[in-house]
Design a protein around this ligand. Structure first.
Ligand SMILES: Nc1nc2c(c(=O)[nH]1)N=C([C@H](O)[C@@H](O)CO)CN2
Length: 117
């Protein structure tokens, strides 16, 4: 299975369950894997046949900054749904890290897979 990947995409977000988290944005780090047949794009050298990682990244930025949320689970689920619906991706893995959440941890994260390969 071919994939298109977006790694370590940083998006500032209003995210968290505690009041202090509602006052300022903090970084979320996205790792995304998307099933995509890369052969047609490679054969034609045509971006129209590729899964445009730039467009996906922009759409994720808009989604995340659209409104505050409490849980990174919510962001992960909404990101997966957007990628599947708007970009016609049959299978996606989304990892959302919140590096500032737990002082003693380098990062905390959730990861989900949606769709079929
Ligand atoms: N599974 C989760 N646990 C926690 C979350 C979360 O989004 N998913 N969030 C928090 C707080 O917002 C925390 O990040 C503040 O440090 C706690 N646990």
């Amino acid at each position: 299975m071919d994939k298109v990947l977006i790694e370590q995409l940083v998006i500032d977000a209003y995210i968290g369950v505690y009041d202090w988290e509602h006052d300022a944005p903090q970084p979320l780090v996205f790792d995304i894997e998307m099933a995509w047949d890369n052969k047609p794009a490679a054969a034609t050298d045509d971006i129209a046949l590729a899964l445009d990682y730039d467009k996906v990244s922009q759409a994720l930025q808009k989604l995340v900054q659209d409104r505050p949320r409490q849980l990174i689970e919510t962001i992960a689920e909404e990101a997966a749904a957007l990628i599947q619906t708007d970009f016609k991706v049959s299978w996606v893995r989304v990892k959302v890290g919140k590096p500032k959440a737990v002082a003693a941890a380098q990062t905390v994260a959730v990861e989900i897979e949606r769709g079929s390969k």
